[in-house]
Design a protein around this ligand. Structure first.
Ligand code: SF4
Ligand code: SF4
Length: 227
């Protein structure tokens, strides 16, 4: 699939998701950034979109900030979400993941605001809560939103099936290289760089039985995206 087509599908998915989540009463607001941690993950497609936006706005200095401030103990996934769904559907044992909740803030967070906000990845976009996480210590998320989040994350990986998933900082540092970006744009990526894992298409969606009917209109919207 052509890169511009993938980017357009991603934009449409963002629109669908933002419409969906706007129907919930959420505590999320500007300068509330307890969820902006060094452990956010994303796909190469989302990283490419962020860098394209930074180039447009002349703010590529954030790439240097990421390289300088990325936390040594940031979360690095061992499998992508679609691989995880696949392993679980086959009753396999997914690898144990190591996540340090004290890895600190996202390297680009500045004054409790996100300089990449319009192009932020789904891992950030779908982090929402009915109550302020700073007061509760955890995100209070409607179980249906959790299911919808998984479905969107799975579809984003699906359209980037030839790319990688990794920690936000690792994907950004990988794509900071002109050569890697060019190879990505032309669909010629080789083996995964350190810290990144290969994406794969959706084989099974992680939808619990109680949400199968309710999620159908959203699935129809995602599957009806025309580019
Ligand atoms: S998810 Fe929690 S920390 Fe993040 S913006 Fe919403 S309320 Fe604030
Ligand atoms: S990219 Fe932006 S929204 Fe995502 S964790 Fe970093 S500062 Fe927060």
């Amino acid at each position: 699939m052509d890169l511009n087509v993938k980017l357009t599908i991603l934009e449409r998915m963002v629109e669908i998701y933002d419409r969906f989540v706007s129907e919930f009463d959420l505590a999320c607001e500007k300068y509330c950034a307890h969820c902006c941690t060094a452990n956010v993950t994303m796909t190469t497609l989302e990283g490419y979109r962020i860098i394209a936006n930074l180039e447009k706005t002349g703010e590529t200095r954030y790439l240097e900030t990421i390289a300088r401030k990325s936390h040594p103990d940031r979360f690095m996934p061992r499998v992508s979400i679609n691989r995880m769904a696949d392993i679980c559907a086959r009753d396999g044992d997914p690898p144990e993941e190591h996540l340090n909740p004290d890895a600190g803030p996202c390297p680009v967070l500045a004054g409790d605001a996100c300089p990449l906000y319009p192009a932020r990845p789904f891992g950030c976009r779908c982090m929402v809560s009915a109550r302020n996480c700073g007061e509760t210590g955890f995100a209070d998320m409607d179980p249906f939103i959790l299911t919808v989040n998984d479905v969107f994350l799975q579809h984003v990986e699906h359209i980037d099936a030839q790319g990688y998933t990794g920690n936000f900082a690792d994907v950004m540092q990988f794509l900071e290289s002109d050569e890697n970006r060019k190879n990505y744009a032309t669909g010629r990526l080789g083996v995964a760089a350190t810290g990144l894992v290969a994406n794969q298409p959706v084989f099974v969606l992680m939808i619990p039985p109680e949400h199968r009917e309710r999620i159908q209109p959203l699935l129809t919207q995602i599957r009806s995206i025309q580019v």
